[in-house]
Design a binder for this molecule. Sequence first.
Ligand SMILES: NC(=O)c1ccc[n+]([C@@H]2O[C@H](COP(=O)([O-])OP(=O)(O)OC[C@H]3O[C@@H](n4cnc5c(N)ncnc54)[C@H](OP(=O)(O)O)[C@@H]3O)[C@@H](O)[C@H]2O)c1
Length: 361
Amino acid sequence: MLSGAIRRASAVARPSTFPSFSPRLASPSIVRTIATRTTQFTLNTGAKIPALGFGTFQDADAQEDAVAQCLKAGFRLIDTAQVYHVEDAVGRGVKKSGVPREDVFLATKLWCNKFHPDDVAASLDDSLKALDTPYVDLLLMHYPVVFQRGDEPFPRDANGRMILGKTTYVDTWKAMADLVKSGKVKAIGVSNFSQGEIQTLIDKTDVVPAVHQMEVHPYLQQAKFNEYLRANGIHVVQFSPLGNMNPFYRNTGWSKDIAHTTPPITESKLLKEIGDKYGKTPVQIALAWGINNGRSVIPKSVVDWQIEQNLAADFELDPADIEKISTMDQKLRFNDPSADYEYRLYSDLEGIEGTKDGKTH
Ligand SMILES: NC(=O)c1ccc[n+]([C@@H]2O[C@H](COP(=O)([O-])OP(=O)(O)OC[C@H]3O[C@@H](n4cnc5c(N)ncnc54)[C@H](OP(=O)(O)O)[C@@H]3O)[C@@H](O)[C@H]2O)c1
């Protein structure tokens, strides 16, 4: 279902230098020696989660080698999902890397057609089988939207409209909480929730998510929501940390018009200017910005030089530079499938105006 978006790694040549790095601006006398860190954050379960992670959405054929490569290079957090249809490739990639399973923080997501409480445990078992592992470090509820129960991931009526299920995300959450006792899941969290929806989970179940995975990048900073999550002990994992670098959301129609005209992160003048000071690329500055704000980031790439570049993105940024990046916040949400999913996502959050009626699957 995602095949239209696939681009092969082999089609992308390794450039002789990183494309957006300008050596002429980075004279050796003014560029500092930057220590690359391996930051970890502590979840409300007490477990550690790496700051720097690896996304696996798209390019299914390339993921086995990409995951193996990224782990060998030093990544220790892998983000995947049932609906990406890459869990088996991810599992093979982990094995191929030779990195012991216990050294990897592996996260996957339950998909919306498996949210009925009676389906949750079996769905996790399917993920574990595909990933070829006895447990995951984190299981996320992918969206707060419940689709019709069954094996069709995108159940639609005769008019192509999504058919929603009858249970609620609170029922799903309770079933997920039960899974922690089984030892097959070390921590549970959510993704794409509004503040109100997270508060509902806490009020109705007393089980606070360990993680909220959500869209955050310099163009969509969500400062207030991040404050709320921090105050509640919920760790943020930024998806699409490179903003509008992934064309998938424009092509599906999930991004509003402005996403088509906003310069990509690699072309941001401010990020380039800051990057020159550190001898880093705009991409690395965008990732470091997330980490320096206490969040994990999970850039996706199946291109070897990009994977290496992204791995060198955990370093200390001056507070003054973090402050400068805050001026880039345009509340631009690029990933909003509300219209397609027949459910108003992010209802109390920034960047939902002008959602387009796109359809992906
Ligand atoms: N929970 C959710 O609903 C949700 C939604 C979206 C994403 N995610 C997760 O977040 C991950 C990342 O999200 P994303 O793919 O939307 O956005 P992203 O990681 O911000 O952007 C990916 C795009 O940036 C390119 N790229 C990566 N590193 C680069 C570099 N160093 N220089 C230049 N270009 C670079 C990639 O190129 P190539 O394609 O050539 O590698 C790809 O086109 C996903 O893989 C998935 O695991 C979760």
